[in-house]
Design a protein around this ligand. Structure first.
Ligand SMILES: *Cc1c(COP(=O)(O)O)cnc(C)c1O
Length: 356
C-alpha cells in the first residue's frame, strides 16, 4: 500500500463560479500528486502538495528527447453525492503498456489507482455538480535526468493534476465534421502510436491546422504505409455502423487502445448489436456512403464519450452521414456510458469505482 504524505494549501483558491462554463483544461485545483523514481530506489516519496510549478534542470531529458507519457480520466459526482471513477484500473494498465514502450519504469496498478483516489479526495470540493460536468484527471510522467546523451532516464516524476470541466457539448450532442488526412501520418506500426505520449500529438498538429483551415474540426488518420485503411481520430477512436453492423479498426499497434472504445464494444456485444474489429478501408466508407448503408459514424473518448460525425471529407469528396443528425445507437451509447459514470445506470460490470 502506497503511503502518501499530504501537505494542504494554506491559500486555497476560490472555486469556479456556478455559471462558469469551465473551458476544458484551463482551471486547476488546489493540490497535485507527486512521486519520484530513481534507479535502485524505485518509486518513492509519494505526496500531495499545493498545486505549484515544477522546477527542473534545463538539461532534463524530457525537454530534449520527449521521454514522457500521460493518461486521462475523470471523476464524476453522482446525484447521491458519491464520487465515482470509470474503469481506473484500465488507465493503470495502459500506463504500464505505454511505459514499457517508452522505457519508463512500471508503476504498480494499485498504487496508480490509489494515487488518483487520494488526490481526488483532497480536492473533492472542486468536482462540479451541474449536468455533464466532471473533474478531469491528468496523470503524467516525465524523465528528469539532467543529461544530453540519448538513453532512458534514471530519474522520473509521476504527477497528477486535476481540472474541473464543463459539458463537452453545452447544447447536446453536436455532430462534428472530420477531415480524412492522406498526406501527413500520425503513427506507424512498430512506432509509438499505441502509447499515450506527447510525441503522437506533436506529430498530429500540422494536419490539425490544415483541417481547421478547411472548416473541419478533427483529423481522421489513415495507416502510415498504404494510406488506405482507417486508424483513429486525433484523440478518439472511430466507429462506423454499416448495414446494421458496428465496425471499428482493429488494434494493430499504431492505434491508441481507448477505454471508451473497449466499453462501447462490450456494450454492443451485450445488446446483441453485431460488432467487428477489423481493417476498414476508405473505399469501403466511400461505397457505404454512396449506397446509403452508412447508418452512423461516431468517435469515442473520455472527453466527449461519444462524438457523432456528420461529414467525412476525403480529398475532393464529402461523404455525408445520413442527414447529419445523431444516430440512435450513438445516443444510446452516450446515455448508457455517461449514465454509468454518474451512477444513474446500474453497473453490472464492475466498471465503477467509488472514491471514499
Ligand atoms: C486517449 C486517447 C484516445 C481515447 O482513449 P479513452 O481511453 O477512450 O479516453 C484515443 N486516441 C488517442 C490518440 C488518445 O490519446
Amino acid at each position: 500500500m502506497l503511503s502518501i504524505r499530504v501537505e494542504k494549501t494554506t491559500t486555497p483558491k476560490p472555486l469556479p463560479a456556478e455559471d462558469n462554463p469551465l473551458k476544458f483544461g484551463t482551471i486547476f485545483t488546489d493540490h497535485m500528486f507527486i512521486m519520484n523514481y530513481e534507479t535502485g530506489k524505485g518509486w518513492h516519496d509519494a505526496r500531495i502538495v499545493p498545486y505549484q510549478p515544477v522546477v527542473l534542470d534545463p538539461a532534463a531529458m524530457v525537454f530534449h528527447y520527449g521521454q514522457e507519457m500521460f493518461e486521462g480520466l475523470k471523476a464524476y459526482r453522482a446525484a447521491d453525492g458519491r464520487v465515482l471513477l470509470f474503469r481506473p484500473d484500465m488507465n493503470a494498465k495502459r500506463t504500464n503498456n505505454t511505459n514499457k514502450r517508452l522505457c519508463i519504469p512500471q508503476i504498480p496498478e494499485e498504487d496508480f489507482v490509489e494515487a488518483v483516489k487520494a488526490v481526488v479526495k483532497v480536492d473533492e470540493a472542486w468536482i462540479p455538480t451541474k449536468p455533464d460536468t466532471s473533474l478531469y484527471i491528468r496523470p503524467f510522467i516525465i524523465a528528469t535526468d539532467p543529461f544530453l546523451g540519448v538513453r532512458p532516464s534514471d530519474t522520473y516524476q509521476f504527477m497528477i493534476i486535476l481540472s474541473p470541466v464543463g459539458p463537452y457539448y453545452p447544447e447536446g450532442l453536436d455532430p462534428v465534421k472530420i477531415w480524412i488526412e492522406d498526406d501527413y501520418v500520425r503513427a506507424i506500426r512498430g512506432g509509438i502510436g499505441e502509447a499515450k505520449t506527447g510525441g503522437n500529438y506533436v506529430a498530429s498538429m500540422a494536419a490539425q491546422l490544415k483541417a481547421h483551415k478547411e472548416g473541419y474540426s478533427q483529423v481522421l488518420w489513415l495507416d502510415g504505409v498504404e494510406k488506405k485503411y482507417i486508424e483513429e481520430v486525433g484523440a478518439m477512436n472511430i466507429f462506423f455502423k454499416i448495414s446494421g453492423t458496428v465496425v471499428t479498426p482493429i488494434l494493430n499497434g499504431s492505434i491508441l487502445p481507448g477505454i471508451t472504445r473497449d466499453s462501447v464494444i462490450a456494450l454492443c456485444k451485450e445488446w446483441n448489436v453485431p460488432v467487428e474489429e477489423r481493417r476498414v478501408s476508405v473505399d469501403e466508407l466511400y461505397e457505404a456512403a454512396k449506397n446509403g448503408t452508412m447508418e452512423e459514424v461516431f468517435g469515442t473518448g473520455t472527453a466527449a464519450v461519444i462524438s457523432p460525425v456528420s461529414h467525412l471529407r476525403f480529398q475532393d469528396h464529402v461523404l455525408m452521414v445520413k442527414d447529419g443528425s445523431i444516430g440512435e445507437l450513438s445516443q444510446k451509447l452516450y446515455d448508457t456510458v455517461s449514465g454509468l459514470q454518474r451512477g444513474q445506470v446500474q453497473d453490472t460490470k464492475g466498471w465503477i469505482v467509488e472514491v471514499k
